[in-house]
Design a protein around this ligand. Structure first.
Ligand code: SF4
Length: 364
């Protein structure tokens, strides 16, 4: 930590700061399902779901997930397909797979009890420094920092920290700052309050400083630099990949679906056959690839039936969706099958493919 920051931290009365922040949180905290109790498993699931996803979106998923998998044991013993299906629509599916792998480890190695120390909890799959800090502080009341984007924004303003929050190395600086200021009487509420403040008061573009419980501690407010902080460099633009996706139907009204590989993007999810677009002869390319990859002869009935985008953090799929009537070969490749309208409901699919499936069901 540099000297300047050390001085700024010393200027803040940690006790008063904690009291103001936690006092405000006690009055204003939103009623959220994962705040019903401090069960570490419930806290853990909520924190994983909330990564890169808004609170309002997460609530119904969380409630359904908890109904299906209320305990470590229930999630550890569930088939992966069922877990992915419950996660369908939340995106970033590797989070669900890692969560289940880690929960299985807790079940097998720790007798179903989520570890309460940094070393063991950080060694679990998918548990990074933020999630570890959140579980240790929120569920176990340990004075550990839990630094996410909201917390970095708030702390950068309170202490005028101008390190680029897009750089992974900056997180350590914020963790050190939180460690210095954390309210030892109630680390759980302290961390939740910082996150809550970032979500509803100290927002990215228009912080409500006049409603802020820690305004009297805030350097950015004092100096009028709220709009300049935090410093965040721009991400590289996402790459666009143009895809041809085919609804390939047989004469029984079933459609061809294929399962993605076990590793990598959207691992193990089901989707319609998709190919990278190459040139302008779309019908020709769809028919050729269906024959070479799936051994089906296709008659393309509509080469631009719909267009569907799928936006990932680093990548955009621009999917041109066509329809085709196909024959039924004696044998399909592995991880590929025919499904009826009812069966397709049971598969875990990425949101973009689920939308295509819904359109297909509506129209046929
Ligand atoms: Fe954020 Fe304004 Fe509060 Fe400072 S005073 S923490 S800038 S809302």
């Amino acid at each position: 930590m540099n000297e300047e920051l050390e001085k700024r931290i010393k200027k803040v009365s940690a006790k008063k700061f904690g009291e103001d922040l936690v006092g405000w949180f006690e009055q204003e905290m939103r009623d959220l399902p994962w705040r019903e109790n401090q069960d570490p498993y419930r806290v853990w699931v909520s924190e994983i779901m909330l990564q890169q996803t808004r609170v309002d979106t997460v609530i119904p998923y969380y409630n359904r997930f908890m109904e299906q998998f209320p305990t470590v044991e229930a999630l550890a013993n569930a088939p992966e397909d069922q877990v992915l299906k419950a996660w369908e629509g939340l995106g970033y599916y590797s989070r669900a797979r890692n969560l289940q792998a880690a929960v299985r480890e807790v079940h097998d190695t720790y007798n179903g009890i989520v570890p309460d120390n940094p070393k063991e909890i950080s060694a679990l799959k998918g548990v990074g420094p933020y999630t570890a800090g959140a579980i240790l502080s929120i569920a176990y009341g340990k004075p550990e920092p839990a630094v996410d984007g909201n917390v970095m924004r708030v702390m950068s303003r309170i202490l005028s920290i101008s390190d680029d929050i897009a750089k992974p190395a900056s997180r350590k600086i914020f963790e050190t700052a939180v460690r210095e200021l954390i309210y030892k009487e109630n680390p759980s509420y302290f961390n939740q309050a910082l996150m809550e403040l970032g979500a509803i008061v100290c927002t990215p573009t228009s912080p409500s400083c006049f409603l802020c419980p820690v305004q009297s501690h805030c350097t950015a407010f004092e100096e009028g630099t709220q709009q300049e902080l935090p410093v965040k460099s721009k991400k590289k633009a996402a790459k666009t990949v143009e895809l041809l996706t085919v609804i390939a139907e047989n004469n029984k009204g079933e459609v061809l679906v294929t399962q993605r590989p076990e590793q990598g993007l959207l691992a193990n999810m089901w989707e319609f056959p998709s190919f990278e677009k190459d040139g302008s002869d779309i019908s020709g390319q769809m028919a050729e690839l269906l024959l070479s990859d799936y051994d089906v002869e296709a008659f393309i009935t509509d080469e631009e039936w719909m267009v569907q985008n799928h936006i990932f953090t680093h990548l955009i799929w621009k999917m041109q969706v066509g329809r085709a009537m196909v024959n039924q070969p004696a044998k399909l490749p592995e991880q590929t099958r025919w499904v009826s309208k009812d069966e397709i409901e049971m598969l875990a699919m990425p949101v973009s493919h689920r939308k295509i499936a819904n359109r297909w069901k509506e129209l046929t």
